[in-house]
Ligand binder design. Structure first.
Ligand code: AMP
Ligand code: MG
Length: 420
C-alpha cells in the first residue's frame, strides 16, 4: 500500500503543465500568466487634476489669504475626458474637474474649498483664491501608476481581480495564460439515477458527478460530465470514450474489492494502472493510471485517469488530496498544498488499522488558538459531514489514538493554496 505522498508523487509523474493560450482577461481569474506584460502607454496618460478646483500658476497665488484673496480671471472649464484649448497665462485660471488633464501653463490645482466660488453665483468670470499653493499641488502625474515601457505583471503570477483591472487599465482585452484543463467526469454504478428524474426503488441519486464537477470548477478546471456508466465493461468503455479529448479523466465508484470492480479491469486493457491502494481513510481503494486518448493533432496520447472511490465523502477527500494538486499543476500553479494548521481537538479519534485518517472537522478560532471538533458520524457515505466541515483533521498512520485536548494538524479545505 502506498502512502499519500508516494501516491501523489506518482500522479505528478503523469501530469504536466498545459500549453498557453490567449484568453479574454475576465476569463483569466486564477490562471497563471504566461507572458511578461509591459505597458505601451503611461497610466494615467496625462497630468490630471486630483481635485475639483482651479488650474492655476502657483506664483499667482502668492500670499493669498481669506483676508486678502488673489483674484484670477476664469477663462475656461475643463472636465474629465476633454482637453482645454486655452493656456493659463499670468492672472488667469481654468476651472477643472477631478481627472481632467491639466491645461498648458498651469502648474498646480487649488481646491474649490480654497476659493470663494461658493460665495459667487452663475458662470464666473473671476475667482478669488484664498490660500497660497505650491507648484505640483493636487496634480496626478502622467505615468505615476504605470510608466510606458515598464514591466507591469511578470510571467508566472496567479491572476487576481486587481490584476484583471491592471490589464484593463493598459487597454489589454486578452492575455496569454496557461490554459485550464478539461476534466471529464464519469460516475459508475447500477444504483445511480441522474438528478431531475424520479427515484426508482433501490436507486440513489448520482451526487458524485456534481460534487466532483464543482471541485473541478473551484480549482480552475473545466468539468465535462459524462453521465453515468453501468457496472459493465462495455458501458464503462462507452463512457470513457466520450472523455478522450479531455486533459484528465475522473471516474467514481467501481474500484473496491466487490464483485463489480471493473474499472481496474477496463483500465488494465485500455491503458496502464499505476496503483490501487493508498494507506488512508476514507479512500483506500483509489486507482490511478492512463488511458490512451487523442491529442489535439489527432496523435495518440495518454490521459491521466483517477479512479476515485464511489462513497461520496471518499470521492471528495481523495479529489482534494490527488485530483486538486494535479489540476493545479496542469494550470502551472506552484503552490499546490492546502494550508495545514495546528488545532486543539475537542474529542478523541481512534485509528484502528494504521491508515492516515482525514476526519471531517469544524475549525474555529478562540483567541489565538484554533479548535477542531468533528462534524458527527464519520461514515464515508455521509456527505453532509463534508458539507459541514471546513477542514480535515489528520491522524498519522502510526498514531492509534488521539485524545481530547491533543494538538492535531488540520488541512484547511476552505483556505486557498496561495495563503502563506
Ligand atoms: P463503489 O465504490 O462503486 O463500490 O461505491 C460505493 C458506494 O458509494 C455505493 O454503494 C453507493 O452507495 C455510493 N456511490 C457510488 N457512486 C455514487 C455516486 N455517483 N453518487 C452517490 N453515491 C455513490
Ligand atoms: Mg459501484
Amino acid at each position: 500500500m502506498l502512502s499519500v505522498e508516494q501516491a501523489l508523487e506518482k500522479i505528478f509523474g503523469y501530469v504536466d503543465v498545459l500549453d498557453a493560450e490567449q484568453s479574454p482577461i475576465l476569463d483569466c481569474l486564477g490562471q497563471v500568466l504566461a507572458e511578461d506584460v509591459s505597458s505601451s502607454i503611461n497610466v494615467p496618460p496625462l497630468d490630471n487634476s486630483a481635485m475639483d478646483g482651479y488650474a492655476v500658476r502657483a506664483r499667482d497665488t502668492h500670499s493669498a489669504s481669506p483676508q486678502s484673496p488673489r483674484f484670477l480671471q476664469v477663462i475656461d472649464t475643463v472636465t474629465a475626458g476633454s482637453i482645454s484649448k486655452y493656456v493659463v497665462k499670468p492672472g488667469t485660471a481654468i476651472r477643472i474637474m477631478t481627472g481632467a488633464p491639466i491645461p498648458k501653463g498651469a502648474d498646480s490645482v487649488i481646491r474649490l474649498e480654497d476659493t470663494d466660488e461658493a460665495q459667487r453665483k452663475g458662470t464666473l468670470a473671476e475667482i478669488g483664491v484664498l490660500h497660497e499653493v505650491k507648484p505640483g499641488l493636487d496634480i496626478r502625474r502622467a505615468g505615476e501608476d504605470i510608466t510606458r515601457g515598464s514591466l507591469v505583471l511578470p510571467k508566472g503570477i496567479v491572476i487576481k481581480p486587481s490584476q484583471v483591472g491592471v490589464l484593463a487599465s493598459l487597454g489589454r482585452s486578452t492575455v496569454t495564460v496557461i490554459r485550464r484543463p478539461v476534466v471529464a467526469i464519469l460516475a459508475t454504478g447500477n444504483e445511480l439515477t441522474d438528478i431531475g428524474q424520479p427515484l426508482p426503488g433501490g436507486k440513489i441519486y448520482n451526487s458524485n458527478s456534481y460534487s466532483v464537477a464543482a471541485l473541478v470548477l473551484r480549482y480552475g478546471g473545466i468539468p465535462k460530465t459524462l453521465g453515468i456508466a453501468l457496472d459493465s465493461k462495455s458501458s464503462l468503455v462507452v463512457g470513457l470514450r466520450q472523455g478522450l479529448d479531455a486533459d484528465m479523466l475522473i471516474t467514481t465508484g467501481g474500484v473496491s474489492v466487490g464483485a463489480y470492480d471493473i474499472v481496474r479491469d477496463v483500465l488494465a486493457k485500455q491503458g496502464e494502472i499505476a496503483f490501487w491502494r493508498v494507506r488512508m481513510k476514507p479512500g483506500k481503494p483509489i486507482a490511478f493510471g492512463t488511458v490512451k486518448g487523442l491529442g489535439k493533432t489527432g496523435a495518440a496520447r495518454n490521459i491521466p485517469h483517477l479512479g476515485l472511490p464511489g462513497n461520496p465523502v471518499s470521492a471528495m477527500v481523495t479529489f482534494e488530496l490527488f485530483a486538486r494538486p494535479a489540476i493545479l499543476k496542469m494550470l502551472g500553479r506552484e503552490k499546490l498544498a492546502k494550508p495545514v494548521i495546528e488545532a486543539v481537538i475537542t474529542e478523541p479519534i481512534v485509528n484502528s488499522d494504521g491508515r492516515r485518517i482525514f476526519a471531517r472537522a469544524i475549525v474555529d478560532k478562540r483567541g489565538e488558538q484554533y479548535f477542531a471538533r468533528l462534524t458527527g458520524p464519520q461514515g464515508s457515505g455521509i456527505l453532509t459531514s463534508m458539507s459541514l466541515a471546513n477542514g480535515l483533521v489528520i491522524v498519522p498512520e502510526d498514531k492509534p489514538r488521539v485524545e481530547a485536548g491533543d494538538t492535531v494538524q488540520v488541512m484547511m479545505l476552505d483556505w486557498n493554496e496561495e495563503w502563506e
